[in-house]
Design a protein around this ligand. Structure first.
Ligand SMILES: Nc1ncnc2c1ncn2[C@@H]1O[C@H](COP(=O)(O)OP(=O)(O)OP(=O)(O)O)[C@@H](O)[C@H]1O
Length: 332
């Protein structure tokens, strides 16, 4: 079932053109000229119920602008956007009941009151039935360890506690879709892991659709089944995560520890081998796995060395995304 349908969606911003020279500032007051910035340029995609989408792109690519249109706080310049059957901008009230939103950089909680009071206010605002409120509070209490800080005013919370509170509040009304903008930014590894496990669990149990923007590739690896990469307002890649890894991450490295130094390493110059790095008693062979099978490389190594240990290292998502960004920028 389609949860979000986007067709030829664009959003322009009108920027005042700076006039140069001595009288430039004065001239631009009386005779304004504008340039048009195409922040989102004719994008189309469909997101299904229960998907967790990593919405990626370099700084200024158009991620936040797209999310703001999905959330209903920015009106598109052209094109169509339907979220759970609703036009987000025209039916903002109805839309608000369907979505949860968390921006990592700023909180949506009331600064001076404890999280427990905020939750009661949300119950009232969203008209959350007693049963749903109780069930969700019980479920989120343990998963997010709310007990540590639920009665403390928000302004006294650490970043990790505040983020857990924000995520809890965004889900109390059982939204169909959760928008997360950099949910793990600035958090320590333990809290990051807690938040990722929580999102995964909610997605599994409630089939909540999740749209996630992040610059942390561990978020992508641990959560997302699909990634959409945007740059200069245009979708550059919309792919299943596994498929993306196969397409762009076709390199692996065989790392071998040897008993004696390897002398005859020229025997490893076979088609598909990209590089051979040699240290005393250590050898790292990088190869294209769609051209050569690691077993061939390993058997060649066995012929020329006494092996103590052998490992195959997969290329990390971080590196794959970096390769894709580099490829995108080299096409400009
Ligand atoms: N209100 C605005 N007025 C003018 N230009 C804007 C406005 N909002 C965004 N832009 C421009 O639109 C482009 C896309 O911005 P956007 O914030 O959507 O990028 P982003 O992918 O979210 O970047 P980041 O990862 O840095 O948050 C940028 O060039 C930005 O300067």
């Amino acid at each position: 079932m389609s949860m979000i349908v986007i067709e030829n969606l664009s959003r322009d911003f009108r920027l005042v053109k700076r006039q140069h020279g001595k009288w430039g500032g004065l001239k631009s007051i009386f005779n304004r000229e504008y340039t048009i910035k195409k922040a989102v340029n004719n994008i189309s995609t469909t997101i299904n119920k229960g998907e967790i989408i990593g919405f990626l792109g370099p700084n200024g690519a158009g991620k936040s602008t797209t999310i703001k249109m999905m959330v209903g706080i920015l009106v598109p310049s052209s094109g169509k956007i339907v979220v759970n059957g609703i036009n987000p901008f025209k039916n903002r009230k109805e839309h608000a009941r369907n979505i949860g939103v968390v921006f990592g950089q700023r909180t949506q909680l009331w600064w001076d009151i404890p999280v427990s009071e905020t939750l009661k206010l949300l119950k009232y605002m969203y008209k959350i039935p007693d049963k749903v409120y109780k069930e969700n509070l019980e479920c989120f209490f343990d998963l997010l360890s709310l007990g540590e800080f639920i009665d403390i005013p928000v302004r006294q919370l650490s970043l990790g506690q505040r983020m857990r509170a924000d995520i809890c509040c965004s889900l109390m009304h059982n939204p169909e879709i959760l928008f997360l903008d950099e949910p793990t930014i600035g958090l320590d590894v333990v809290v990051k892991e807690k938040i990722r496990n929580f999102i995964k669990q909610i997605n599994l149990v409630k089939q909540t659709t999740v749209i996630l923007t992040t610059h942390d590739m561990q978020d992508i690896d641990k959560l997302c089944s699909r990634v959409i990469i945007i740059d200069k307002g245009t979708i550059m890649l919309d792919s299943d995560l596994k498929h993306m890894k196969n397409r762009f991450g076709n390199q692996e490295v065989v790392v071998v520890e040897t008993i004696n130094p390897v002398l005859d390493y020229n025997k490893l110059q076979i088609p598909g081998v990209l590089s051979v790095d040699l240290e005393t008693n250590k050898l790292a062979v990088t190869y294209n796995k769609s051209i050569v099978n690691p077993s061939i490389i390993i058997s060649r190594i066995m012929e020329i060395a006494h092996v103590r240990d052998i490992r195959i290292i997969e290329v990390q998502t971080e590196e794959i995304i970096r390769n894709i960004y580099e490829e995108i920028s080299s096409q400009e």
